[in-house]
Design a protein around this ligand. Structure first.
Ligand code: BV8
Ligand code: ZN
Length: 264
């Protein structure tokens, strides 16, 4: 655990000032938020058997129509990775920040994993859906089926079938070419526009329309801070950038806030 003095020293002054003065915070997270939990980021997720597949191609209705069993096997493998993973210190820090008195912190995530929730955070919006909310691909009814545990290189698994219409069960995620859940996207966009501070953590900012959220905030004059070890497509929209990994930066920021004395 970082000591208070280390934490305050670690946090860029301008970012700590913005965080100190923010009652309404909106945090937009991407796959980099879960990287330190051992979940490969969306563009690095393809390892082993899946190495030769493009995730953006597999995460599509076309891939599902072409081969349900292959797409279901891919998601079962990813679900097994998530189940075996634990929330990291970055997830824990956001949950702790959300519990701070006088702070209204909205988590808006592009991630389909449940690590924010497992860290105890309330998630306002899963703008790309959730891995573990399964539904029938034919009649859209929610399904209480579950992914099988996948530990080895399994390339095909028949998906469960809907108990009502017999259709195949699919992951409750948003595939490329599919519309985002409107309520989630609008809630996320509103939270960003009405925030005192927007933090963009661990996203390359390449997937739309989620990537527009920081710009919506900026257009309203809301300060935007990026936390990412690398430059991204949203960096130029950020007022401040913190080139650091989420599981180091966020705990340091929240520790400094805990000890921060209000500015004179
Ligand atoms: C739609 C669920 C319309 C599935 C996902 C041309 C221009 C603009 C847009 C388009 C275009 N052509 C097509 C489009 C639309 C398309 C799109 O944006 N394509 C892009 C790629 C060009 N968008 C869509 O299709 C969307 N739908 O537009 O619908 C419509 C409207 C009405 C009616 C019908 C249709 C749907 C997009 C949703 C796709 N689904 N996920 C699944 O997961 O399997 S997106 C997927 O990518 C994940 O959700 C992920 O969150 C998301 C974005 O990736 P990132 O999170 O940013 O992850 P990435 O790997 O890219 O980057 C990781 C970052 O972390 C890096 O910056 C790295 O530096 C950083 N990092 C690494 N370690 C750390 C770290 N940061 C902090 N700490 C660390 N330790
Ligand atoms: Zn059905």
């Amino acid at each position: 655990m970082t000591s208070l003095t280390d934490a305050t020293d670690q946090v860029p002054e301008a970012i700590l000032d913005l965080a100190r003065g923010a009652a309404r915070v909106c945090v937009l997270t991407g796959a980099g938020m879960s990287a330190e939990s051992g979940i490969p980021t969306f563009r690095d997720v393809q390892v082993g058997l899946w190495e030769r597949f493009d995730p953006a191609e597999l995460a599509s209705p076309q891939a599902w129509e072409r081969d349900h069993a292959q797409v279901w096997a891919w998601y079962a493998w990813r679900a097994s990775l998530v189940r075996r993973a634990a929330p990291n210190a970055g997830h824990e820090a956001l949950a702790a920040w959300q519990r701070r008195p006088g702070v209204d912190l909205a988590v808006v995530t592009q991630n389909v994993d449940d690590l924010h929730e497992r860290a105890g955070a309330e998630v306002l919006a899963h703008v790309h859906g959730s891995l573990f909310t399964l539904r029938c691909a034919r009649c859209d009814r929610p399904s209480d089926a579950a992914y099988p545990e996948v530990t080895g290189p399994v390339g095909h698994l028949d998906p469960p079938v809907c108990g009502v219409c017999g259709g195949p069960v699919r992951p409750g995620v948003v595939w490329f070419g599919e519309a985002l859940p409107e309520a989630d996207f609008l809630a996320g966009a509103d939270a960003a526009r009405e925030a005192d501070l927007v933090l963009v953590v661990g996203t390359s900012g390449l997937v739309h329309p989620a990537a527009t959220i920081p710009h919506l905030a900026g257009a309203r004059g809301v300060p935007v801070v990026e936390v990412n070890p690398r430059e991204t497509a949203v960096s130029e929209a950020a007022d401040e950038v913190w080139r650091a990994p989420a599981a180091e930066a966020l705990p340091a920021l929240v520790a400094a806030l805990a000890g921060a004395t209000p500015p004179p």
